[in-house]
Write a protein that binds this ligand. Structure first.
Ligand code: UD1
Length: 434
């Protein structure tokens, strides 16, 4: 049954998550690396590509632009760029994913031109792209926005010194994509240090680019004339791993998240330990288990290596189960508390004041009809359903499939009770072949 058929997920609470789960490739790394493939002049093989809706959309965009893609397995794809054409990707697909803004950087680098609609994506408040455009202008491109379309053009891209006013993953990625084929040296300052940025740099370097400093505040890029092919495995998804770690803690279970890079999860590990949860870290896996009560805590989101904003909604669900007062401060996005209304429907006691949410924890949640207001809010509500008494009916689940591979099957294998309700009205236990 295709995920596009699923209308609602029905979650019965009360079971602990127990067992081992293999984490998929990182969504945000894949969404940066696929546009980078447009810069290749030879065959590229990508492994550990997550099979999620946002990636499928990006693949359709790249294919529509003349890239030949051969599937070598569920998560391995081969790209042949010889038929690549055009600088204007299909707008109807581009509008579906925020990360399509990365096509600006790669198309500008490859063709000296790009025409991309102003990006959509999860509604987390205003998401400007001024830093992306400022950087492209510094590289020598003319930028204008007309009728909702961003038009970029440059006779020649030249390396530049660019200081980002805000630490932005998107601007860092886009400017790396735009600068690798520019003439001369580009220095990007105050850049994002996220592991996904490092993964992109590794991929670009494997293709013959010269990118240094990814993972620090300053990235230096020496432009090259052309990029060749490469073989690259996408890093594990630290947000998916964090979802299962927080889910294990919330349900009082014991889960091992496998094939992860524990270094990428240090903020989550530290917060869980602070809350009285046992976390065992091994070279490529982490085991989270809880037997005792949770302690309240304050959680503040920050760019990497801080606690990720993408796990803030899940952190909040966990804090609702910790008796006492906790405060969540969202420092990255202006409007990332839309899950609060939904959690309140389940009985959570949360007050939002600007960027802070004060949680009066320890009040048991009860199942209710709720909506996945965005991707990570959706995952958080799924976990809330797992700890709530009774049944939670989760709507707008399309958001969840944008970013999680096989999430219900993975949760069900760990002991969760989740059923699909399909658009035609049929329903089935997750994992049923039909
Ligand atoms: C990426 C991730 C998203 C994650 C976020 C923060 C992808 C596809 N998405 O989103 O999952 O939640 O990083 O870790 O990788 N900003 C500006 N001007 C700009 C660009 C950004 O003011 O030109 C602001 C944003 O409004 C936001 C902050 O900078 O407040 C961080 O945003 P950014 O890091 O750019 O997030 P995204 O790249 O959109």
């Amino acid at each position: 049954m295709g995920e596009d058929e699923v209308q609602k997920l029905i979650v019965r609470g009360g079971n602990r998550l127990q067992g081992r789960v293999k984490i998929s490739g990182a969504k945000n790394a894949a969404l940066a690396i696929l546009p980078a493939v447009l810069l290749a002049s030879e065959k590229v093989l990508l492994n550990n590509v997550p099979d999620i809706i946002d990636v499928r959309t990006m693949l359709r965009i790249v294919e529509d632009m003349g890239m030949t893609i051969r599937r070598r397995g569920r998560n391995s794809l081969e790209f042949h760029p010889s038929g690549l054409r055009g600088f204007s990707p299909p707008f109807s697909l581009v509008q579906k994913i925020r990360a399509s803004s990365y096509l600006m950087g790669s198309l500008l680098g490859r063709f000296g031109k790009a025409m991309v609609p102003v990006p959509g994506g999860c509604d987390l408040g205003p998401r400007p792209i001024d830093q992306h455009l400022k950087g492209f202008t510094a590289l020598g491109a003319a930028c204008r926005i007309e009728h909702g379309v961003i038009r970029l053009a440059a006779d020649k891209l030249t390396g530049a010194h660019i200081y980002l006013d805000v630490v932005s993953v998107g601007a860092t990625v886009n400017l790396m994509l735009g600068a690798v084929l520019a003439e001369g040296r580009t220095v990007l300052e105050n850049v994002a240090k996220e592991p996904e940025v490092v993964d992109l740099a590794n991929m670009l370097n494997a293709m013959g680019a010269v990118v240094k400093g990814a993972g620090t505040d300053v990235i230096k890029i020496d432009g090259v004339r052309a990029l060749g092919g490469a073989e690259h495995a996408i890093i594990p998804d630290r947000i998916e791993a964090g979802t299962f770690m927080l889910g294990a803690a919330a349900t009082g279970g014991k889960v091992t998240v496998g094939e992860v890079i524990p270094k990428h999860l240090e903020a989550v590990t530290a917060k869980l330990r602070e809350m009285g949860v046992a976390v065992e870290v091994e070279p490529e896996q982490i085991t989270v288990s809880r037997t005792g009560p949770l302690l309240p805590s304050d959680l503040k989101t920050f760019p990497y290596p801080g606690f990720p904003t993408d796990l803030q909604p899940l952190g909040m669900v966990l804090l609702t189960a910790a008796p006492g007062t906790s405060i969540v401060t969202e420092n990255v996005f202006d409007n990332r508390f839309r899950h609060v209304d939904e959690l309140e429907k389940m009985g959570a006691q949360i007050k939002v004041e600007g960027r802070a949410a004060v949680i009066d924890g320890g009040v048991p949640l009860s199942g209710a009809p709720v909506s996945a207001t965005d991707l990570r809010a959706g995952a958080a509500l799924l976990v809330a359903g797992l700890i709530a008494r009774g049944e939670t009916v989760l709507g707008e689940v399309d958001h969840i499939y944008r970013g999680y591979e096989n999430i219900e099957n993975k949760l069900t294998a760990l002991g969760a009770q989740i059923k699909r309700q399909n658009r035609g009205g049929s329903s089935g236990l997750t994992g049923d072949p039909g």
